[in-house]
Each structure stands twice: as structure tokens, then as C-alpha cells.
Design a protein around this ligand. Structure first.
Ligand SMILES: [Zn+2]
Length: 363
């Protein structure tokens, strides 16, 4: 067995089991929830349910399709993971490159079923959309259903960058062929292209109960954790197994870098420039986009705080003091523009210099 068991989300499982029994499972599901609550793991569970020969409230766990799903070897289960933009120029070669990159990640997940967040530069590009189309056009290998699990659906290419690929994908989602199921996962539905969102039925996953996180940590960590460590991590995890594995969300590097950038923004032009020049120009581009993601996250939390809600993680004091939601939302827009530009061929130093100047204006 490769996959670790699915923890929690009993209500969602019940709904799905019932929908499958009564043949009413929407063919396009958008599974939404915080990082690390197990959205893709639930997607794999749905796939197993849909492919299993004798599903009840849970997949039987013993039939051949169950076995193949749990070892990530089912030929009718297509798990799409965002990968780096292909280097090849020719469309067919790009397709091969993306297929290979995904196969590599899957091979890794067969040996280690716990994985961290994907590099910020990875995406589901044009070639991935064409690959999905290609698999969708083929008949099923085992004669049952065909399941597509598309993780991090926020990273699907926008229509403008390739109308043809986007339209192909939209058409697939609009009229999925009989027996095909598309499972998309995203942290936040608003990050998914509206055209895709409107074609999918939402399924929201809440945070896990502390006892589920504790049960996971007590049974699946290698080397095993002491009871006191388990308790500590559960307390910091906010119902996310992903956060618990990473040892607490707030401590991540991306967050530290984002806080540093914000401090420079508040200090003025000199420190902004200095911080921008310290940004690695071309290496570690993933690190750069992860920092931008953390920055967006901090601004989002500050906006929550500005509307009277409690922020879910520590936010720099300067960002909290008298910043209106409108300004924070403007700042968030700027970060998102930079995030998109970072996918292209723009120098991160330059991007950051422009971004910090813009943030200083609006914040
Ligand atoms: Zn089964």
C-alpha cells in the first residue's frame, strides 16, 4: 500500500458515497479547503470509490481497482500535478516533457506519500491541458470510469495565454463524456478561473479535528514523534495535517521572506531597493513565487483583521494598524500582478523593486 489512509472529512465522504450510490455525483467537483487538510487525498478517495468494484460507505479496499488506486497505478486514474513550464518549443515535445515531469512526481509519491507544497513556479500549462484532452479522448483501460484529479487548480492557464487549450479544457468540463469524473482541488475557489468555477460543483472541506491531526502524527511520522511533540504540533497546525508535518505554518521560510519584504516597504525607498537587490536574480525562482504567495496571504489575513475577524496567523503590526480593506485589497492586486509576471521571463529583482514601490504607495 502506498497511500496513507484518509483522515477526517466524514461528512464529505458520506455525501459522496451517497451521491455515487444514487448515481448523482456531479461529474466536475471543485474540492476547496485550506492547505494541508487533505484535498487531493480526498480526491484520491473519491477516485477509489468511483473505480472500486464493491463500494459501500467506503471503498472495499481489496478489489483490483482499489489496489491499483492505492498504489497510484490505476490506468484510468489521471492525477495532474502542476509542473514547470516545458523547455521544448514544439507542442508535441512539450506534451512529452509535461507527461514525464508528472510521472516523475508520481514516482516520488509512490515512495513517499507525504509531500509538501509544489514549487511556486509550477503550473498546469497548455501542454497539460492538451494531455488531459488526450486521455479524455481514449476509452478506459479497465472498462470502468475514468477519473481526472487536477491538484492546485488555481494554476490552470488563463484563457488569454492560450485560448485554444483553455477552450478545450472548458469543453471537457462542460460536457464530460459519460463515466468521466473531474476532481479539481484549490485552496480558495476565487483563485480558480471563473469559467472553470462556474462549470463545477463545489465541495468545501473544513479544518480537521485536532484528534484527526493527532492520530495522523502518532501513526505516520518517520521517525516517530514524542507525545509532547505531537501535542505541540497539533496546537500549531490549525486542523491541517500539512501544517503539522511542516512543523507549524507560521515558521515557513516564505512567510519569513514576505515579512522581511513588508518591513522594507514600511522603511522607505532605500531599504526597498536594498531588499530587491538581495533577491536571487534567476536561481530559486520557486522561492520567489512562494514568497509572493506568503505576501498575498499576509495581506489577506490583514484584510480579515480589518473587517473585524481574527487573523489566522501572525501578521506584522504595521500591516494591522489602520489599514483599510480597500488599501489592502489594492496591495493584494499588485502582488497578484507580480505573481503572474513571475511566471514569465521577468527578472525577480526588477519585479520586486517595482512591487515594493507600488506597495509603499498603497499601504
Ligand atoms: Zn474496491
Amino acid at each position: 500500500m502506498v497511500l496513507h489512509p484518509l483522515f477526517g472529512h466524514e461528512a464529505a465522504r458520506k455525501t459522496i458515497a451517497h451521491a455515487l450510490r444514487t448515481d448523482r455525483l456531479p461529474q466536475v467537483l471543485l474540492i476547496v479547503g485550506e492547505d494541508g487538510v487533505g484535498k487531493q487525498r480526498l480526491g484520491l478517495w473519491v477516485a477509489q470509490m468511483a473505480l472500486c468494484q464493491a463500494p459501500g460507505e467506503e471503498p472495499c479496499g481489496t478489489c483490483q481497482p482499489c489496489h491499483l488506486t492505492l498504489t497510484l497505478g490505476h490506468p484510468d486514474l489521471h492525477w495532474f500535478i502542476p509542473v514547470l513550464r516545458p523547455k521544448a518549443f514544439e507542442p508535441d515535445k512539450q506534451l512529452d516533457e509535461v507527461a514525464e515531469a508528472i510521472a516523475e512526481v508520481l514516482a516520488e509519491r509512490r515512495t513517499r506519500s507525504l509531500y509538501g507544497p509544489r514549487d511556486g513556479m509550477t503550473m498546469h500549462g497548455v501542454a497539460a491541458a492538451r494531455l488531459i484532452q488526450r486521455h479524455a479522448a481514449l476509452t478506459t483501460v479497465l472498462g470502468g470510469r475514468k477519473v481526472f484529479l487536477i491538484g492546485n487548480a488555481e494554476r490552470l492557464v488563463p484563457q488569454e495565454s492560450s485560448p485554444e487549450a483553455a477552450n478545450t479544457l472548458l469543453k471537457l468540463l462542460e460536457e464530460p463524456s459519460t463515466g468521466s469524473i473531474f476532481l479539481l482541488t484549490a485552496r480558495d475557489a476565487t483563485g480558480v478561473l471563473p469559467t472553470i468555477r462556474s462549470r463545477s460543483a463545489p465541495l468545501r472541506l473544513g479544518r480537521l479535528r485536532d484528534e484527526d491531526v493527532a492520530a495522523f502524527l502518532s501513526t505516520h511520522m518517520d521517525p516517530p514523534l514524542k507525545a509532547s511533540e505531537v501535542a505541540e504540533r497539533v496546537a500549531a497546525a490549525e486542523g491541517s495535517i500539512g501544517h503539522a508535518i511542516a512543523g507549524g505554518a507560521a515558521a515557513t521560510q516564505g512567510n519569513a521572506a514576505a515579512v522581511e519584504v513588508l518591513e522594507a516597504v514600511f522603511k522607505g525607498a532605500g531599504p526597498q531597493l536594498e531588499r530587491s537587490l538581495r533577491q536571487n536574480p534567476w536561481q530559486a525562482r520557486g522561492e520567489f513565487t512562494t514568497m509572493l504567495d506568503s505576501l498575498a496571504d499576509l495581506l489577506g489575513e490583514a484584510a480579515r483583521a480589518a473587517t473585524g475577524e481574527r487573523p489566522r496567523r501572525p501578521v506584522p503590526e504595521r500591516l494591522l494598524s489602520a489599514k483599510s480593506p480597500a488599501r489592502l485589497s489594492l496591495a493584494l492586486d499588485r502582488v497578484q500582478v507580480a505573481r503572474e509576471a513571475a511566471q514569465g521571463n521577468v527578472n525577480p529583482q526588477l519585479l520586486l523593486a517595482v512591487l515594493t514601490t507600488q506597495l509603499a504607495e498603497v499601504l
